[in-house]
Design a protein around this ligand. Structure first.
Ligand SMILES: Cc1cc2nc3c(=O)[nH]c(=O)nc-3n(C[C@H](O)[C@H](O)[C@H](O)COP(=O)(O)OP(=O)(O)OC[C@H]3O[C@@H](n4cnc5c(N)ncnc54)[C@H](O)[C@@H]3O)c2cc1C
Length: 398
């Protein structure tokens, strides 16, 4: 390649998503010459579709405890140095109206685009050059940094930040470049798998679920071992979805069971017995329909071939019925995969990185930030907060 096509920058960042934009703006503010590249047509596409278009941009309760990783404690320092409150401060200063939806989750009142615009303006003010529709053809280590082949030009960068995100939603441009680069440079990558994803079932389990498509239960308690989430569940044509199921999907593994309590906090057996004592002539359906949608009641009764009045029910039968509502045990066969997963579990191993800088311990000058790192949050704004925090830290160091 001709020498004229070689140019120099201080920092090259791959991936103009949440983490890449934050890291670039921070580095730019420090006076670094930053080039931010992305193969997409627009920056921050995942922010745009997040939170149903309103972006659940953080969670006021964020701590390392809401993360899955080989070492969740790795997140403590970045989350402290650039906290949820720090990001909220920026959103407030920008005049973006927001609200707490539930469980500390903060959403824009209007549109996720407001968060993207804020980050784009930050890039502009910090003098960052943003190059979209740009493929990375290769990265080489050189004596004084990295040589990045962008096809029409080669860039010599002192520091390289990889902020390419996870593998979820390939249709939106997700690739494995970040993991491939980590491996190219000898960094260990923790096995990846789709997370925060709807669960799927075999035909016999799916048939009655399908019939309930569109019905929601809010809240249910879904559990996997000792892990539980009290959130909404949604029946779909493909299986089960809704926040409670997405949450548990990050913990579920092939062959495991999940349990659903459709009426958390309620003593269903006790209440059925009390109802029988009060008025045994009432149909069981009528009583259950006080607490659950009619179609779900029919599903439960059909599954257990139970029908009739309360007076006709032995304690044993009432217990079976109560258990089918409060301890519905299911064995998913899989998940909808990266096609619909909100995040990717696993990624660049935290013991390969220094959490004060997000720099590789083996390859000086190489940094990773955001979802590409083995740090996966629960549903509820934690994943963006990790992106902001880890990228802010990298932005101060590069
Ligand atoms: C539907 C959906 C809804 C979500 N809602 C929320 C939410 O409300 N709250 C929350 O906290 N989290 C949410 N998430 C998760 C959140 O979007 C991610 O965790 C977050 O975007 C990660 O930020 P990142 O910068 O690490 O990666 P990304 O935002 O994915 O950015 C990575 C960037 O790298 C680019 N890139 C990838 N490969 C290449 C390549 N080969 N060459 C050049 N560029 C490349 C991509 O184009 C992309 O712009 C949601 C995810 C999805 C899919």
């Amino acid at each position: 390649m001709e020498a004229s096509l070689l140019r120099k920058v201080d920092v090259l960042i791959i991936g103009a998503g949440a983490a890449g934009m934050m890291a670039a703006a921070e580095a730019g503010k420090r006076g670094r010459r930053v080039l931010l590249v992305d193969h997409a047509k627009k920056a921050g596409d995942k922010i745009r579709i997040s939170g149903g278009g309103r972006c659940n941009f953080t969670n006021i309760n964020t701590s390392f405890k809401q993360f899955l990783s080989e070492n969740p404690r790795f997140a403590i320092s970045p989350l402290k140095r650039f906290s949820a409150q720090d990001f909220i401060g920026r959103v407030r200063a920008r005049g973006i109206a927001f609200h707490e939806k539930t469980l500390g989750q903060l959403f824009c009142d209007e549109s996720a685009q407001q968060i993207i615009d804020m980050l784009l303006d930050d890039l502009h003010e910090a003098g960052v050059e943003l190059r979209l529709r740009t493929q990375v053809h290769g990265v080489e280590k050189t004596e004084n940094g990295f040589l990045i082949d962008l096809g029409d030009e080669r860039v010599q960068a002192e520091k390289l930040v990889v902020a390419t995100g996870g593998k979820s939603i390939p249709k939106m441009g997700a690739t494995s470049l970040g993991y491939d680069l980590a491996q190219q440079f000898g960094l260990r990558v923790v096995e990846t798998r789709p997370a925060l994803v709807p669960l799927t079932f075999d035909q016999s389990t799916l048939a009655p679920i399908k019939a309930l498509a569109g019905v929601a239960l809010d809240p249910v308690q879904v559990s996997h071992g000792k892990t539980r989430f009290d959130e909404a569940l949604l029946f779909t044509h493909r299986g089960l979805s809704g926040p409670a199921i997405l949450q548990i999907s990050s913990f579920w593994r092939e062959g495991d069971q999940v349990k659903v309590n459709m009426l958390p906090g309620q003593d269903v057996f006790g209440q059925l017995r009390a109802a029988r004592q009060e008025n045994g002539k009432r149909a069981v359906q009528t009583v259950l329909s006080q607490w659950l949608p009619k179609r779900v009641v029919e599903f439960v009764m059909d599954e257990h071939k139970i029908a009739g009045n309360l007076a006709d029910m032995s304690d044993k039968k009432l217990k079976t019925l109560a258990d089918s509502v409060a301890r519905w045990a299911l064995k998913p066969t899989g998940s909808e995969g990266y096609r619909t997963a909100e995040v990717t579990l696993g990624g660049v191993a935290t013991d390969e990185l220094d959490n004060r800088t997000m720099e590789s311990k083996k390859v000086p000058g190489l940094y990773f930030a955001g979802e590409v790192v083995d740090m996966t949050g629960w549903l509820g704004g934690y994943n963006f907060q990790w992106a902001w925090s880890s990228a802010w830290v990298a932005g101060q160091a590069v």
